[in-house]
Design a protein around this ligand. Structure first.
Ligand SMILES: Cc1cc2nc3c(=O)[nH]c(=O)nc-3n(C[C@H](O)[C@H](O)[C@H](O)COP(=O)(O)OP(=O)(O)OC[C@H]3O[C@@H](n4cnc5c(N)ncnc54)[C@H](O)[C@@H]3O)c2cc1C
Length: 477
């Protein structure tokens, strides 16, 4: 059976020759980068086919069913400064489903204090930058007075860094913090608290360029820049269902369960995109797949040094899901110090759970635990949750499971900037997209959307189509 756009329920391609004539673009990969590129090309009047190997759109940010629950593969948040992801949400009519908190407010619980559990908050005021964080920092109980003053001075030094300076990418953030008077405690209780969650690397393993970009844009550009947004529905509702609806209405032909096996120039100067049993012909191709897959699919000569793509390392994220028979966490999320628990989110409403509370622990930089058996993680994390959330004591654990994403992000290591290619390749008509390409952002939804718009823009220029309808995002601060 076929849908309005020519897709069959089984996801197999239908009659390729039935596609009407005109400039045709094929987008390979239905993650956020690919969906964005497809929408942007279609909005500019190009005929688009989007090919995704899996049975759903959304790539690394997706949902699945577990009994009555709808589970996200990993908790995703974004910031108010993520203008491209905001555009994407608007474009798929999903903005109301993933609102941003009115004002940055992050509860930070420290369990390492001899006097017991201590709550601090990272909040902002309605004051201009950098005063918007001044009061919160001055009252932050997890650092000494001297440490707080030194954090303020380091933040000002960070603000002065020129993000366009490529030398920043060669240095590691941890050494820069040490050189700017930051104690190990300040790194743990402040810089890594934010940095690990946004970069998926501890300061010592992160490029100063990427870290500076995150902190300057998120905390030092606009007072509201770091206000946190997250989906109140399953990610699949946004990145699969609503994305699919927007693609359908834009006239994009979307094929899932359709893995591309090769992309080659044919005798007519067009591109031949091979999927099992079919060949599609295209004037432009956007490869919006992870870097390893891009390396496999790129035809010879498309990049000067294609091997560099394989040097872009990946980093894992682990999510630990715990269902309690009662409410144990009163805030939508919190973060913790002095425990292996990093960030805890209340997933109850989004998952459709009717009774009790569903918590998801988002564990970044999970290299040491990504292969740890569930039983071991259970033994390790349930007591930690009892220390962190006193109401869990005596509560019944109804379910405990984990989701493991071994290649969740590219590793934002020093030097990674040199390895990330732009949207254009040396092969005319062939473009790259993906959070891992050179957007200036770490591996985020924001980076994925930016890359999709960038690739669509490059393709439109080559196809001689207007770029008037492309969104225009500001560069990082
Ligand atoms: C657990 C976890 C937590 C995260 N948390 C956050 C967060 O809080 N905030 C944030 O902004 N970001 C977060 N991220 C990162 C974010 O999800 C990614 O950066 C973003 O989704 C990447 O999108 P993409 O389109 O570039 O790539 P992908 O999502 O990897 O999409 C690529 C697509 O290409 C498809 N594909 C591959 N090969 C082929 C082929 N040959 N033919 C057809 N299709 C193919 C794949 O199936 C996939 O769907 C998180 C990621 C994970 C895994």
């Amino acid at each position: 059976m076929t849908h309005g756009n020519g897709t069959r329920d089984d996801g197999r391609l239908t009659d390729v020759s039935a596609v009407p004539s005109g400039r045709h673009a094929v987008v390979v990969g239905g993650g956020l980068a690919g969906v964005t590129a497809a929408l942007a090309l279609a909005d500019a009047g190009v005929r688009v086919t989007l090919l995704e190997g899996r049975p759903r759109l959304g790539g690394l940010a997706f949902s699945f069913r577990r009994g009555e629950l709808t589970v996200d593969n990993g908790q995703h948040v974004y910031l108010r400064c993520c203008t491209a992801y905001h555009w994407f949400l608007d474009r798929i009519e999903g903005t109301a489903l993933a609102p941003v908190q009115e004002r940055l407010d992050v509860p930070v619980v420290d369990l390492a204090r001899p006097e017991g559990r201590r709550l601090g908050r990272l909040r902002r005021d309605a004051l201009p930058v950098p005063l918007h964080l001044g009061r919160s920092l001055a009252a932050y109980p997890h650092l000494s007075l001297a440490e707080r003053a030194r954090v303020g001075r380091a933040a000002l030094a960070l603000k002065g860094l020129d993000l366009a300076d490529p030398a920043l990418d060669d240095q590691d953030f941890g050494s820069w913090l040490t050189a700017h008077g930051q104690s190990a405690r300040a790194v743990e209780a402040l810089w890594d608290l934010v940095g690990v969650a946004t970069l998926n690397a501890a300061a010592g393993d992160a490029s100063l360029g990427l870290a500076a970009m995150v902190f300057k844009t998120g905390l030092l550009s606009d007072p509201g820049a770091a206000d946190i947004g997250w989906a109140r529905v399953p990610l699949g509702e946004l990145h699969d269902r609503l994305a699919r609806k927007a693609l359908d209405s834009a006239g994009v032909r979307t094929e899932v369960r359709t893995r591309v096996t090769s992309v080659l120039k044919n005798g007519n100067g067009q591109w031949s995109v091979q999927v099992p049993g079919e060949t599609l012909t295209a004037d432009a191709v956007v490869l919006a797949v992870p870097q390893r897959e891009a390396h496999e699919l790129l035809p010879p000569g498309a990049l000067d040094a294609p091997g560099r793509l394989l040097e872009i390392d990946t980093a894992p994220i682990l999510n630990i899901h715990v269902l309690y028979d009662r409410k144990v966490l009163a805030t939508p999320f919190l973060t913790a110090l002095g425990t292996p628990v990093q960030w805890v989110f209340d997933r109850t409403e989004a998952s459709g759970l009717k009774d009790g509370q569903y918590l998801a622990l988002s564990q970044s930089t999970a290299q040491d635990e990504i292969d740890t058996p569930v039983a071991t993680l259970r033994e390790r994390y349930l007591p930690e949750l009892e220390r962190l959330l006193p109401r869990t004591r005596g509560a019944e654990v109804k379910d405990f499971f984990v989701t493991r994403e071994r290649t969740a992000t590219f590793a934002p290591a020093p030097g990674v900037g040199r390895l990330r290619p732009g949207a254009r390749t040396k092969a005319p008509g062939l473009y790259l997209a993906g959070a891992w390409t050179a957007t200036g952002w770490p591996a985020t939804m924001e980076s994925a959307v930016r890359s999709g718009v960038g690739a669509a823009g490059a393709a439109l220029a080559a196809l001689g189509r207007s770029r008037d309808r492309l969104p225009d995002f500001e560069e990082a601060a």
